[in-house]
Design a binder for this molecule. Structure first.
Ligand code: GLC
Length: 565
């Protein structure tokens, strides 16, 4: 039986709520085949409810050969058998809703799987056929057509073109793929492509999903001339990034979202740094929100973080959209590892193996970052395992690796498997409750993850899980964290401090020495013990004004000499 619709879900969860990203393959395995699935996720929904999040975003769960972890979709209207069934997905959506959790699904419109019926039909059809017109097929260059049609490179390394073989066995046309050859790009000038994705949106909205994450949202439109990048003049539009035609596509999608009586939301994956360009996707008749990758990419330094926060709030203001805060996802190095390095910024181009890492430092900083992030105005996106302080797994054996990024870089880039290792839930050894006792997870878990399990952390009030649960809970219950105006307040060097509303102060110490806390305040929550009126090194705290002092009761912390507050 399906759970009944709950009227309690607050409108605007996407404006100030916390969204938890589920990578289903690695979340929880219900049937013990080593791959996470919907049964596992459904059984673990209480963990998400206890964490206090408002929504879950589930990365692709559709039928897929898994050439890119499911971002190679063979059927947008069915669930991959490794994960479960469509009926199971509908039950999950209903059960989540009964727990006040909105469900966001991931739609991949730039490309589909090379095993999708459209692409199989295109390969079987001759050059110039209508079947090929839904993709970017072109003859090669050079006398025998042996050179790719242009100089575009795949986002994952290597050329963005692959040559096909004709029915007679001779080399044929080339097709475009901005990612792997298993992910042919669709031609968004084709009306059937637009119609198909509009129908897919309705399919999932009709099944009760509250939102859609739009994969690679700024790459769909291509210059039909497919010019060489080297030939594009400075200042001219890029032939495939952030093109004007995209906005019309998203206006049509917004009309679909608006055609539902309750709120349906579109969230864009848009990797562009320029805030003014990003804001254009967030106009009132386009996407509702976009991930804030500038925040994710920023180094953990007070000045840089402050600049990024200011720029992000300005972008959101300009667009009338909520700001969003993201530190981690299934594509990037896990936060505690990245923050334990000399260079704490993130850039796909610089991901490399063997970078010296101080995990204890990274963990302190990530705890502080959790309190910073959860105190900012807007929505917060957490990636599964972030609430456990999981580190990146950097020593996966070569035979275990699956990520095409690793293989296409010929091993130079470790790829993204290290942030996708199955979650530890309980017990002392793999599979740590990820699945039944004899489960062999699809990526091996480290032998030292016992302290990271949900079970171990539930028993430890000093654990990341307790910190996240308390902070997310406070964020839900304190009106100032939902609606309170944001205002920086003066603080010592290497400390960022801001007020939300009239009451709440968030202070973050980026330095390696303790810093004084403001006088007259009481600590609500802190990422490290804060008992003596100081904020520990690499720590953050939320404070509220102390109640008026009664006889014999000191007012909050005593001010120290040189206290800047
Ligand atoms: C997005 C996804 C990533 C995937 C890529 C291609 O960036 O987050 O995981 O590989 O799109 O679909």
């Amino acid at each position: 039986m399906h759970a009944t619709r709950s009227p309690r879900r607050p409108r605007g969860w996407w404006r100030h709520g916390v969204v938890y990203q589920v990578y289903p393959r690695s979340f929880a395995d219900g049937d013990g085949d080593g791959t996470g699935d919907l049964a596992g996720l459904r059984a673990r929904l209480p963990h998400l409810a206890a964490l206090g999040v408002d929504a879950l975003w589930i990365t692709p769960w559709y039928r897929s050969p898994m050439a890119d972890g499911g971002y190679d979709v063979a059927d947008y209207r069915d669930i991959d058998p490794a994960f479960g069934t469509l009926d199971g997905a509908e039950r999950l959506i209903a059960e989540a809703r009964a727990l006040d959790l909105a469900v966001v699904v991931d739609i991949v419109p730039n490309h589909l799987s090379a095993r999708h019926p459209w692409f199989l039909a295109a390969l079987a059809a001759p050059a110039g056929s209508p079947e090929r017109a839904r993709f970017h097929f072109r003859p090669g260059r050079g006398e025998s057509g042996a050179l790719p049609p242009n100089d575009w490179r795949s986002e994952f390394g290597g050329p963005a073109w692959t040559r096909t073989t004709d029915a007679d066995g001779k080399p044929g046309e080339w097709y475009l793929h901005l990612f792997t050859p298993d992910q042919p790009d669709l031609d968004w000038n084709h009306p059937a492509v637009r119609a198909e994705f509009e129908s897919v949106l309705r399919f999932w909205f009709d099944r009760g999903v509250a939102g859609i994450r739009v994969d690679s949202a700024n790459l769909l439109a291509k210059d039909p001339a497919l010019p060489d990048l080297a030939a594009v003049a400075d200042g001219s539009p890029h032939p495939y990034v952030d093109r004007e035609e995209l906005h019309d596509i998203y206006r049509a999608w917004r009309r679909i979202a608006r055609s539902y009586p309750d709120e349906r939301v579109l969230i864009g994956e848009i990797w562009i740094r320029d805030g003014a360009r990003l804001a254009r996707y967030l106009r009132a008749d386009e996407l509702h929100a976009a991930f804030n990758f500038a925040f994710l990419a920023s180094p953990w330094e007070a000045d840089r973080m402050r600049e990024t926060i200011d720029a992000s709030l300005a972008t959101a203001d300009r667009a009338g959209a909520p700001a969003s805060w993201v530190l981690c996802n299934h594509d990037v190095t896990r936060t505690v590892t990245r923050y334990g390095r000399a260079d704490t910024s993130f850039d796909f181009a610089t991901v490399a193996p063997g970078i010296p890492t101080d995990l204890a430092l990274g963990t302190r900083r990530a705890r502080a970052a959790a309190l910073l992030t959860l105190a900012l105005p807007g929505s917060v996106y957490l990636y599964q395992g972030e609430e456990l302080g999981l580190p990146e797994v950097e020593d996966l054996p070569p035979h275990a690796r699956r990520d095409p990024v690793h293989f296409r870089s010929h091993g130079e880039n470790p790829g993204r498997d290290g942030c996708r290792v199955p979650l530890p839930w309980s017990g002392q050894e793999p599979p740590y409750g990820f699945g039944p006792a004899d489960t062999r997870p699809w990526l091996p878990q480290p032998g030292n993850w016992a302290p990271y399990t949900v079970e171990a952390q539930e028993a430890d009030p000093g654990s990341p899980l307790w910190l996240y649960r308390r902070a997310v809970g406070l964020r839900r219950s304190l009106a100032s964290l939902r609606d309170g105006a944001f205002r920086w307040i003066e603080a010592a060097e290497d400390v960022l401090a801001f007020r939300r509303g009239d009451e709440l102060v968030c202070a973050v110490n980026f330095s390696a020495r303790p810093q004084p806390l403001p006088a007259g305040h009481t600590v609500l929550i802190s990422s490290e013990p804060a008992g003596d009126g100081t904020l520990a090194a690499h720590a953050a705290a939320w404070l509220v004004p102390s109640p008026p002092a009664g006889p014999g009761r000191p007012r909050g912390h005593t001010s120290t000499d040189g206290n800047p507050w």
